[in-house]
Write a new protein. Structure first.
Length: 79
């Protein structure tokens, strides 16, 4: 887990997860009320970088995307 300052008033603990080669689950558990999960396939590294630059992610989503790109490079999945 990471201890992350969200703004000058809030610090929270976040555990990011990276899923490689996921499999569709035909009967997934229901989402919690505050969850909003969208599965998007076929997005390139450049498209993700552009989405981060243009503010299409919230702060935590952009940070998570950067962590994922870093890990994928480390694993040799992307260059």
């Amino acid at each position: 887990p990471y201890i992350v300052p969200m703004d000058k008033y809030v610090v929270t603990e976040i555990t990011p997860y990276l899923v490689i080669d996921p499999q569709h689950v035909p009967d997934p558990r229901p989402l919690d009320d505050e969850e909003d999960i969208e599965i998007v396939t076929g997005v390139s590294v450049e498209e993700i970088s552009q989405m981060i630059r243009e503010g299409d992610f919230n702060l935590v989503g952009g940070w998570g995307a950067l962590l994922a790109l870093e890990k994928l490079r480390e694993l040799g999945e992307i260059t």
